[in-house]
Design a protein around this ligand. Structure first.
Ligand code: F6R
Length: 240
């Protein structure tokens, strides 16, 4: 385990080993009394969820709070993050309460205030994050206010284009998302961020060893006292 800045950096051989390492962080946090787990979607957390599902950990007394959701998709839409979480974790390991921003609520003020209230009532003990190639965390793209709480985000044209293949009709492709803010994420007691692959290497180096700047939202994790980073060799290749 390398200590670089304030972050504990753990380098693993591959995603499978990363899943085990991430599982260990969850298990330790729960053993230490964590009651609220902040969760993420995307490809990165899948091996951690596989380990959680295969384990005998019991989440029936715990609460989960997810990072983000597309606006305009109902919870049962196969491309919704709600659906992703059901499929990868909640169906097999139910929590007492699982919160995901309400993408079906088109009233952004109401939806984001409601979610901030949920986070305030359920302070996050451990927040799991993936990392975007441009340094984003959640849907907080470069330039996002580091104090931001839950907010509505306009998706970039490249994200919209990339998502189009998952939808029958171009009109269905979400243009917006609700995301916890950088400020919301930094409130978590502990943060676990995971990244795999060469495509993430520049963002990883900027996150850990670059200046703290709005250009790299993940660089604000340098200001948090308890961050654990799991990387494979490729993602760690630009650290020095
Ligand atoms: C997911 C999320 C995103 C992803 C990031 C990495 O809830 O908020 O920030 O964590 O885009 O995605 P993957 O893991 O697919 O490389």
């Amino acid at each position: 385990m390398k200590q670089l800045t304030n972050m504990n950096v753990q380098i693993v051989s591959d995603k499978l080993a990363g899943g085990q390492a991430g599982f260990n962080v969850f298990q330790q946090a729960i053993a230490n009394g964590a009651k609220v787990l902040g969760l993420a979607t995307g490809s990165t957390p899948v091996t951690i969820y596989e380990q959680l599902v295969a384990s005998d950990l019991d989440f029936s007394q715990l609460t989960s709070v997810n990072l983000d959701e597309y606006v305009g998709l109902n919870a049962d839409h196969p491309q919704s993050y709600h659906y992703f979480m059901q499929h990868h974790l909640f169906n097999q390991k139910p929590f007492a309460n699982s919160y995901v921003p309400d993408g079906s609520n088109l009233d952004a003020t109401a939806a984001t205030h409601e979610y901030d209230q949920i986070i305030a009532e359920n302070p996050i003990d451990l927040q799991l994050l993936g990392l975007g190639q441009n340094g984003h965390i959640g849907f907080n793209e470069p330039g996002t206010d580091p104090k931001s709480t839950t907010h509505k985000v306009a998706l970039t044209s490249s994200t919209i284009a990339a998502n189009a293949r998952f939808f029958d009709d171009a009109d269905e492709v979400p243009r917006y998302a609700y995301s916890m803010g950088i400020g919301s994420i930094l409130q978590a007691k502990q943060i676990l961020i995971v990244a795999y692959g060469e495509a993430k290497a520049a963002a990883v180096a900027a996150m850990i060893q670059g200046p703290v700047t709005p250009d790299v939202p993940a660089s604000y994790l340098q200001t948090h006292p308890n961050v654990h980073v799991i990387l494979d060799e490729a993602a760690a290749s630009q650290l020095h």
